[in-house]
Design a protein around this ligand. Structure first.
Ligand SMILES: [Mg+2]
Length: 255
C-alpha cells in the first residue's frame, strides 16, 4: 500500500487546473514505475543457458536468485546466492552489459504495483505526465514505448512526454540536471515528482520545493546521499483506501 499522501497528488492536480495552470507530474521509469528485477532475471537465465556446459553449477545459483530480491544488479544477487568465482561474475557482467540497456530486454520489466492506474488517474485529471528516464535514445526507446502502451500507461496522447538521454554515455545525474530546464520550459507547475534514487529525489526537491516529492523504496545505486527532509517514502503506487469515519461519528471533528 502506498504512502497516504499519494492521494494528495490528485487534489493538487485538480487545484492547479482550477487556477488555470498546467499541472506537471514527473515520473522516473526504472525502479520507479517499473521493476527491473524480471529484466535482470531474464538476462541471468540466458547467461545460464549459454554457459551451462562449462559451468554446471550455474543452474543451482540461478534457482537461488530466483526467489530473492535482485536489487541493484544481478552480479551482486549471484554473489549473495553463493557465487565466489570472479571469472564467472566478470563473464556475467559483460553478458549483462550487452543486454540490459536494450529494447529487447527492457520489455521484460514489470510495472510497480499500482503504477499504471496511478499515472492514468493523474493524466485523466488533467496533469501533464512527464516521463524522465536515464534510458537512452538509439537503443531503448522502442522497448520503452512498447512497454508503456502494453501496460496501460498514458502515452502518445496529449500531455505526455518521454524524455530520454540523448545517448548511452551521458551520465544520468548530469542529464537529469539539464532536464529540469526542459520541465520548467512547459510553463506549468510541478505538483509531484517520483524517483527511486535519493540523489535525484533531492535534486527535484531543491528544484521544485512546492511539489510533493516521493521516493520509491524499491532499489537504488550504492552509497546514496541522505534523503532531504520532506521527501515521502512509498513502497509502491497503490492508492491507500480513504479512512472511513467511525460508525455514528461521521461528522466528528478530528482531534
Ligand atoms: Mg530510476
Amino acid at each position: 500500500m502506498g504512502h497516504p499522501r499519494l492521494r494528495e497528488v490528485a487534489e493538487r492536480v485538480e487545484a492547479c487546473r482550477g487556477r488555470g495552470t498546467l499541472p506537471v507530474v514527473v515520473f522516473d521509469i526504472d525502479s520507479t514505475l517499473y521493476d527491473t528485477g524480471p529484466r535482470n532475471l531474464r538476462i541471468l537465465e540466458e547467461f545460464a543457458e549459454a554457459c551451462r556446459r562449462s559451468r554446471p553449477e550455474i543452474d543451482a545459483l540461478v534457482e537461488r536468485v530466483r526467489g530473492t530480491e535482485i536489487g541493484w544488479n544481478v552480479m551482486d544477487a549471484l554473489r549473495r546466492a553463493g557465487c565466489a568465482d570472479p571469472e564467472l561474475l566478470d563473464d556475467l557482467g559483460r553478458f549483462w552489459g550487452r543486454r540490459f540497456f536494450t529494447d529487447t530486454f527492457v520489455v521484460f520489466d514489470e510495472p510497480v504495483p499500482g503504477a499504471p492506474s496511478f499515472v492514468r488517474d493523474c493524466h485523466e485529471r488533467g496533469a501533464f505526465v512527464y516521463y524522465l528516464t536515464g534510458r537512452h535514445v538509439g537503443g531503448m526507446e522502442v522497448g520503452t514505448v512498447q512497454a508503456l502502451v502494453r501496460d496501460g500507461f498514458p502515452w502518445g496522447i496529449g500531455r505526455t512526454l518521454l524524455h530520454l538521454k540523448p545517448d548511452f554515455e551521458t551520465p544520468d545525474a548530469a542529464f537529469k540536471d539539464e532536464a529540469l530546464r526542459d520541465i520548467r520550459s512547459l510553463g506549468g507547475e510541478v505538483v509531484a515528482t517520483f524517483e527511486n534514487e535519493p540523489g535525484n529525489a533531492n535534486l527535484f526537491s531543491r528544484a521544485f520545493p512546492g511539489a510533493l516529492g516521493f521516493l520509491l523504496e524499491t532499489t537504488h545505486a550504492p552509497n546514496p546521499p541522505p534523503l532531504a527532509p520532506g521527501i515521502l517514502r512509498t513502497p509502491d503506487l497503490i492508492l491507500p483506501a480513504s479512512v472511513p469515519s467511525p460508525v455514528g461519528r461521521g461528522s466528528a471533528t478530528p482531534s
